[in-house]
Ligand binder design. Structure first.
Ligand code: SF4
Length: 155
């Protein structure tokens, strides 16, 4: 089971994978330590190893071996620095952040006959120059910025 540090309201739910709703539309975030402590008081937990270095959820397992939980704390502990969330739209635009306002056109070079190496270099160049850190900057102002819809980039 995965939990986020803030509960989306109706109409803005986008799932844990997008690491929580946008600021300014919901109540205060619950610190992940509070979430884990509350559960652990009833069912003791211990830290579990991350699935991957860029995993969104921090994991804990039940000491009795009954399973594990994950907490996605994008509001209280943003993780943009280790992010690897690229998304490719059906139109061939690459988004380097789930909250990006625009994507990079990969379709045009593909249609113009770019080689695999050229496409790879294009991708590398886009990714290494990215400066996305929406969750780290999340403020009342960022809530009103234009963003790609999750349905457009496939979740
Ligand atoms: S860079 Fe964007 S997609 Fe990645 S963690 Fe930050 S807000 Fe999320």
């Amino acid at each position: 089971m995965r939990m986020t540090d803030r509960e989306p309201k109706s109409g803005e739910a986008r799932g844990a994978a997008d690491h929580g709703p946008r600021v300014g539309k919901t109540g205060p975030a619950a610190h992940p330590g509070t979430i884990v402590r509350t559960i652990s008081e009833r069912w003791p937990l211990e830290p579990a190893q991350a699935e991957r270095p860029d995993a969104t959820a921090r994991r804990w397992r039940y000491v009795d071996g009954a399973g594990e939980i994950g907490v996605v704390a994008s509001v209280t502990q943003p993780f943009c620095g280790g992010c690897s969330r690229a998304r490719l739209s059906a139109e061939g635009r690459l988004y380097t952040c789930l909250f990006a306002a625009r994507g990079h056109d990969l379709r045009a070079p593909l249609r113009l006959g770019a080689s695999d190496e050229e496409l790879l270099e294009n991708l590398r160049s886009i990714w290494t120059r990215r400066t996305d850190r929406y969750s780290e900057l999340r403020t009342a102002e960022t809530a009103s910025l234009p963003k790609v819809e999750m349905s457009y980039i496939g979740g």
